[in-house]
Design a binder for this molecule. Structure first.
Ligand code: ADP
Ligand code: MG
Length: 461
């Protein structure tokens, strides 16, 4: 697996030369092929090119599947089957496997390792989690759970604002347990994934086998981690299913780890049954990092990314971005991207200019439709290009509509210009999308929470 991933570029290059693939053909068909997963000698490739129609996939499969297979066999001395899927199919496969693929910046793109029956991004560990006053308790609690799953603190409930390290700590627990005891079955899901599976089950008309499969999946694990539980609260059926899952696992002494943006007592619509269940375990909050911690985290990320950055600029970032580590990282990534693209070292002047959106000393940063679209895309782990694409899958349509709503609500931009940014959509489409979310916000606590979370990300002040 690792070898294919690490040699993927070489494989494509050699393939292109051997089969004399033209430049345009390479750009259109070959370059967008990314490794989704490798399973039982089959390589699943996603054609990551914003297309929803099956034409391209059919075509690439017919034309390149066999040649690719041959090249790989020649280079690696082993035969693999190749299946090419669309991004939509890829999301389904990912949901099935509960793979949390970080479709992050190309920078720092490392591959995920198999853990139990799910896949947890190995990038997030205790080793690279910087401990400061704000997160020491949570880090200690997480480590204790990682060392003795199911024994002392069950459930572990981690809460705190966005971008402060909750997901990092959860994944660190998963990675730690997997390294200590590879046979442990660990399941990490976002609450959106959990909800989608419950809904999917209901849609199949309470089909008994589907339900059984769902239960087998969730009730046979040793460690269940549900990230951002606030999005489950208020969704009747999902909440009910989670309650039973929780009880079943807890009764068997299996470890449960939950994260949320607030403590149970502040979740107004949280069922009292949950409050008492959660009280049985340990609550750990993560607060805002102080300057030293922000600096230490920034230094760590710079080191991980093999980048060099003047002390003065590091200070500038750590001083100005205070309430969200994800933004510190985003700022750093922006500088790295700039420096690679322009082949230039970062000066203070460049940093100030490039980081305007992250840092605006004295003035609060300007909320633009562009910024909103970026933040929404990041929240849903999709790209800005997907937001503007013709892609109609629900995993893209909903974020897009949320962006329409927020652009309309938070900026003075005209519907027309919002439409242009979102891929040339006309004003009726924007109004329709914005209204739809507005209705949902009124009727549904989850959407309201979701929208509020995203708003905070857009404008933390
Ligand atoms: P949350 O789940 O709370 O919204 P994440 O866990 O996704 O936040 O953290 C956002 C980013 O900040 C991640 O890339 C994570 O690695 C980084 N991060 C947060 N806290 C720390 C820390 N203490 N040390 C190192 N990286 C951190
Ligand atoms: Mg998170």
């Amino acid at each position: 697996m690792e070898e294919i991933v690490s040699r993927w570029e070489e494989i494509l290059k050699s393939f292109t030369e051997e089969y004399e693939i033209s430049n345009v053909s390479y750009e259109s068909w070959i370059k967008p092929l990314e490794i989704l997963q490798i399973k039982d000698n089959t390589i699943y490739l996603v054609y990551n090119n914003e297309t929803t129609d099956s034409f391209a996939i059919n075509y690439i499969t017919k034309k390149f599947q066999f040649p690719l297979k041959t090249t790989i066999a020649e280079l690696l001395g082993k035969e693999y089957d190749i299946i090419i899927v669309s991004t939509d199919q890829a999301s389904k496969i990912k949901a099935e496997n509960n793979i949390k693929l970080t479709i992050e910046e190309e920078i720092n793109n490392k591959e995920s390792s198999e853990i139990g029956n799910s896949t947890i991004n190995p990038k997030f560990t205790f080793e690279n989690f910087v401990v400061g006053r704000n997160n020491r308790f949570a880090q200690t609690a997480a480590l204790a759970v990682a060392e003795s799953p199911g024994e002392f603190y069950n459930p572990l409930y981690i809460y705190g604002g966005p971008g402060l390290g909750k997901t990092h700590l959860m994944l660190a627990i998963g990675n730690y347990i997997a390294s200590q005891n590879p046979n442990t079955s660990i399941l990490y899901v976002t609450s959106e994934e959990f909800t989608n599976e419950v809904i999917e089950n209901l849609r199949t008309n309470n089909n008994a086998t589907a339900m059984q499969r769902f239960r087998d999946k969730y009730r046979t694990v040793d460690v269940l981690m549900v990230d951002d539980i606030q999005f489950i609260i208020g969704k009747e059926a999902t909440q009910e299913e989670f309650f039973h899952t929780f009880n079943a696992l807890h009764a068997m002494g299996k470890q449960i780890v939950i994260s949320s943006d607030k403590p149970p007592k502040d979740m107004e619509t949280l069922d009292d049954r949950f409050k008492s269940r959660f009280d049985m375990g340990l609550m750990a909050d993560i607060g805002y990092p102080d300057y030293e911690t922000r600096m230490a985290i920034l230094n760590k990320k710079i080191e991980e990314k093999n980048f060099t950055l003047d002390e003065e600029i590091r200070k500038y970032i750590a001083e100005n971005i205070q309430s969200n580590i994800r933004e510190i990282e985003g700022a750093l990534n922006k500088l790295i991207a700039f420096s690679r693209l322009e082949k230039a070292d970062i000066t203070m002047e460049i940093a100030e200019r490039e980081l305007q959106n992250f840092i605006s000393p004295n003035i609060s940063r300007e909320v633009t439709p562009q910024l909103i679209i970026e933040v929404v895309a990041e929240h849903f782990n999709i790209t800005v290009d997907q937001m503007a694409s013709k892609n109609r899958s629900s995993s893209v349509v909903r974020p897009r509509q949320i962006a329409m709503y927020l652009c309309n609500q938070m900026t003075d931009s005209s519907l027309k210009s919002i439409g242009i940014l979102l891929g040339g959509r006309d004003h009726t489409t924007i109004i329709h999308g914005a209204n739809k979310i507005e209705e949902e916000v009124k009727a549904d606590e989850n959407t309201k929470n979701l929208v509020e979370t995203i708003k905070k990300k857009i404008n933390p002040n």
